[in-house]
Design a protein around this ligand. Structure first.
Ligand SMILES: Nc1ncnc2c1ncn2[C@@H]1O[C@H](COP(=O)(O)OP(=O)(O)OP(=O)(O)O)[C@@H](O)[C@H]1O
Ligand SMILES: [Mg+2]
Length: 267
């Protein structure tokens, strides 16, 4: 029903926020599926090992392996969950490829975005929560564990990755919630919950009340609607660009949400 991605640099707090939002949604009786990239499927787990803990991978091979993981993940896991009405939360998605392989390495962001669009059949999240934090802050947070192949990159690499994420958010602001991830986790999750509450209220117009247009964390959360496709609301891309206006209903599961070409606006 609703597809939400969490993006940001290493140690930004993605997994923390995914878990907090999942708990909040479950408390309200919503079916939630939590997943991640790379590695959200059995095949993906093997690809993840190759990518993060194997030897050197040539940039184009790396881009293709991430895309292969994503193609399998979307086809066999994400789309089926959306089709049965779940809210799907993914810890990293297309933007991570664009930011890391596009902004961070030698390939063009537009090439990576195009590859991912092909891999996913154009499935774009209804909302992407971007946890923006200085690379040194992220690094300090993960200092206690063994770093993977991406994390050991130089600080300048991570600075380019950060700018890559921000450029994607700037290119399609209505599909993003950019969060200052240096704030305490509870402050961040309150902002996430407020936005997701609005999004879900929009998915089921019968639950849309004046309160649902506020940023209150007590906003009613829609149960899975009878058929989101029946709500004659515009698609997300023609929807409000302001934080203060309730977003329109997401289109039905499996559809392309938003314009994939806006992804190519990255650095
Ligand atoms: N807003 C925050 N402020 C301070 N510490 C935080 C915050 N969010 C998460 N942390 C802590 O920072 C560490 C990294 O958080 P988390 O694992 O959620 O980040 P991540 O973005 O998923 O990292 P990775 O990229 O390594 O998967 C954890 O120890 C977590 O408890
Ligand atoms: Mg994580």
């Amino acid at each position: 029903m609703v597809f939400i991605a969490f993006e940001g640099g290493d140690g930004a707090g993605k997994s923390t926020q995914v878990a907090a939002l999942a708990a909040w949604l479950r408390e309200r009786g919503q079916e939630v599926v939590v997943t991640r990239e790379p590695g959200g499927t059995e095949l993906g787990g093997r690809i993840r090992e190759l990518l993060l803990h194997g030897g050197e991978v040539a940039p184009r091979a790396e881009a293709l392996l991430f895309a292969a993981d994503r193609a399998h993940h979307v086809a066999t896991f994400v789309r089926p969950a959306l089709e049965r009405g779940a809210v799907v939360l993914t810890d990293r998605y297309v933007d991570s490829s664009v930011a890391y392989q596009g902004a961070g390495r030698d390939l063009q962001a537009a090439e990576i975005a195009g590859l991912s669009a092909w891999a996913t059949g154009g499935l774009v999240p209804h909302l992407t929560a971007l946890l923006d934090v200085a690379p040194e802050t992220g690094r300090a947070r993960r200092s206690c564990r063994v770093e993977d192949r991406m994390e050991t990159e130089a600080e300048a690499f991570h600075a380019r990755v950060r700018q890559g994420f921000l450029a994607l958010a700037e290119a399609a602001p209505h599909r993003y919630l950019v969060l200052d991830a240096a704030q305490p986790p509870e402050v961040i999750s309150a902002a996430v919950v407020a936005r997701v509450g609005e999004l879900l209220a929009g998915a089921d117009p019968t639950l849309r009340t004046p309160a649902s247009t506020s940023s209150s964390s007590t906003t009613a959360v829609a149960a899975p609607g009878p058929d989101p496709a029946e709500s004659a609301a515009p698609t997300r891309d023609s929807a409000a660009t302001s934080e203060h206006v309730a977003p329109s209903a997401p289109s039905s599961s499996g559809e392309v949400v938003g314009r994939s070409e806006s992804r190519s606006g990255g650095a």
